[in-house]
Design a protein around this ligand. Structure first.
Ligand SMILES: Nc1ncnc2c1ncn2[C@@H]1O[C@H](COP(=O)(O)OP(=O)(O)O)[C@@H](O)[C@H]1O
Ligand SMILES: [Mg+2]
Length: 276
């Protein structure tokens, strides 16, 4: 069994009986429109979706259905036009100020002039942590994502998969209780993506952070998640919820079982129905 490296303080798994940790994210009847009146684009409508403390939830849906919009609502980049969003039991803005979540995008956006170590240290630097703590925590995260030995490399010297690893290490340095990920492996080749899926699961199990993971890969969604949410085409709304009960820890063996194929087929059917 893997040992937890850290636990999100406000969402203690296995806390004393009777205490229920707040969900990591709770969208309640959320709608969002870009622009106003005649020219408005309604991206989301009436979305109710919860990511429990420590839970891994993937969202799939047709292109342009509002997946990234959903993530932006949780990340406090956008405010809902209707309904409510709560992150870790409070307003998203509060969770952002307290640096309790981090975001990873398809494009790893590392600073090209800073080394891997300096990039991973950046959130700690901005948060005003001491140089000693910064170094120690950044090194721990670099080890966790398998980049040991590349601390002094510049982003330009790394492969796409390694850059994404560095970006995940950076997202983890402040020990967030929630990771918001928008197609983080979408630009990688299939084998690299498989490997990073595996590594992300290892990291997730060690950190106990909740994950809201956007993807358009059905297989990836099934393999990683406790639940897969399927959105309809725009305006996106929840069309189906698939409780993926495949055993954990998930290995490549689990991926090749009949149960995994069945979940993938079900998710595909749900996505096809939602895309009509
Ligand atoms: N800044 C914006 N202004 C106007 N429309 C937008 C803007 N951003 C996204 N949209 C539209 O909102 C819809 C949902 O976008 P998005 O959430 O990015 O979809 P997805 O991530 O599922 O592909 C799309 O139709 C897109 O064109
Ligand atoms: Mg998107």
């Amino acid at each position: 069994m893997v040992t937890p490296l850290f636990r999100p303080p406000a969402a203690p798994l296995g806390s004393s009986p009777g205490t229920v940790a707040a969900p990591a994210v709770a969208f309640h009847r959320c709608g969002y429109s870009y622009g106003r009146s005649a020219g408005a684009v309604e991206a989301l409508r009436d979305v109710t979706l919860t990511v429990g403390a420590g839970e891994f939830v993937a969202v799939i849906g047709p292109s342009g259905c509002g997946k990234s919009t959903l993530l932006r609502l949780a990340a406090d980049v956008l405010a809902p036009s209707s309904g409510t969003v709560e992150v870790l039991g409070g307003p998203p803005a509060q969770a952002r100020r307290q640096r309790r979540f981090s975001v990873a995008f398809q494009d790893p956006v590392l600073l090209p002039w800073r080394t891997v170590l300096q990039n991973v240290e950046l959130p700690l630097e901005i948060a005003g942590r001491s140089p000693g703590h910064r170094r120690e925590m950044a090194q721990q995260m670099i080890n966790l994502v398998g980049l040991t030995g590349f601390e002094r490399a510049l982003p330009g010297q790394l492969s796409g998969g390694m850059r994404q690893r560095a970006s995940i290490a950076r997202a983890l340095t402040l020990q967030p209780a929630l990771l918001l990920m928008d197609e983080p492996f979408g630009a990688l080749d299939e084998l690299t993506r498989d490997r990073l899926n595996q590594e992300l699961l290892d990291v997730w199990q060690r950190t106990a952070a909740a994950v809201l993971f956007i993807t358009h890969s059905i297989e990836e969604a099934v393999y990683l998640s406790d639940r897969v949410m399927v959105l309809t085409r725009r305006p996106g709304t929840v069309a189906a919820t698939l409780p993926i009960d495949l055993p954990r820890p998930r290995t490549l063996y689990v991926k090749r079982t009949a149960a995994a194929f069945e979940w993938t087929a079900r998710a595909r059917l749900a996505l096809e129905a939602a895309s009509r």
